[in-house]
Design a protein around this ligand. Sequence first.
Ligand SMILES: Nc1nc2c(c(=O)[nH]1)N[C@@H](CN(C=O)c1ccc(C(=O)N[C@@H](CCC(=O)O)C(=O)O)cc1)CN2
Ligand SMILES: [Mg+2]
Length: 313
Amino acid sequence: MPSGKIARWASLSHPRTGTLAKIIDGQKLARALRVDLLKRADAIAARRGTPPGLAVILVGDDAASAVYVRNKIRACETAGIHSTCLRFPSTVGNDELLTTITELNEDAAIDGILVQLPLPPHILLDQVLEAISVEKDVDGFHLYNVGGLVTGNTIFSPCTPYGVVKLLESENIAIEGQNVVVVGASNIVGKPMALMLMARDATVAICHAKTRDLAQFTILADILVVAAGVPGLIIPQMVKTGAVVIDVGINRLPDGRITGDVDFEGVSAKASCITPVPGGVGPMTVTMLLENTIASAERGLARSGRLLENMDS
Ligand SMILES: Nc1nc2c(c(=O)[nH]1)N[C@@H](CN(C=O)c1ccc(C(=O)N[C@@H](CCC(=O)O)C(=O)O)cc1)CN2
Ligand SMILES: [Mg+2]
């Protein structure tokens, strides 16, 4: 059961058409998915003698990044993934990062590599992301994988939008033919989210900081995905009755608590389904990182199996 305030709303809620939205519990789904991930990781370890491996590169001393990385490392432990965190001071040179990534690309025990964002401004972000082997790019930030979202050839989907798709699927929420409005056009959430939903035949509009009269778009959304980084941006008047509302925002309040981009209590009275913050999309982001890492290891095994077959024939 969800805890605290979430539990109070969950107990009052009823599906889809009621006056209080159903709360989509990302924590619960993440826990359920990790049971299966652990089985897949164990199967990989049994076949190749080493568990799936993830390398995380953390640069500088951003407190939030350190927390996210710690959570990823802990999540790996629960899913049978071996993880290693390589920490660098904020003064690290671009070349040192590139050398490290090259070594990790060649390391057979490492199936996934990610560079925690944001990076200090002197680091050439594009160069660093492009240095990661596309086959180990478990964040899905490499240009090849980003481009693959357009053409349907991506190897890894970026974790946050992938988590949103899983949440929608878990609730049997139809995507095909639905009007989707994505608020926020970042490279790591808004843009890939829009592409992934287009690939599932939704009609998608992307709004952003320069959009005039945001409400005229959001009010049309059957599914509203909000990743703007503006606390309380979405109020009930901006939401169609019965809409599915996915809040990807993570904003830290002065008292240390985190809140999303959606007025949760107000919008819950209008939406049919809604994700809370925390406990909605966030836990799914980390779970999809585990999924991508395990999928990478499975693909590696399939490749080496094919190689052996070719040598036999
Ligand atoms: N290399 C990457 N950098 C960043 C990513 C990313 O996917 N890859 N995304 C964000 C940060 N992030 C993961 O890295 C992330 C942020 C928040 C959560 C999360 O679980 N949030 C919880 C609340 C946590 C809290 O209380 O602080 C929730 O919403 O329930 C997961 C992952 C930017 N950088
Ligand atoms: Mg959340």
